[in-house]
Write a protein that binds this ligand. Structure first.
Ligand SMILES: [Zn+2]
Length: 79
């Protein structure tokens, strides 16, 4: 019975180590938050499909465009 207890303790120790390791990994993710936030704000040009930051995109009818040329191209020929 004491052997079973030892096995359980070892399993708990491994579990806690894995948990600790994952915490360390997620801390690294927090450090890289800037890049993930950046990608969240990326939008796709409705004309050519290029990805660009939302702040740099041009909008027309709730669609994003990478340049004035692509925006006007859709203005002339709506889908
Ligand atoms: Zn474009």
């Amino acid at each position: 019975m004491s052997r079973l207890l030892l096995v359980v303790v070892i399993f708990i120790a491994i579990y806690l180590l894995l948990k600790y390791y994952r915490k360390q990994v997620s801390k690294k993710d927090v450090l890289g938050e800037n890049t993930s936030k950046y990608s969240e704000n990326m939008v796709r040009c409705a004309h050519c499909g290029v990805h660009l930051p939302k702040g740099e995109s041009l909008m027309l009818n709730y669609k994003h465009y990478c340049s004035e040329a692509h925006r006007s191209a859709h203005k002339d020929e709506p889908e």
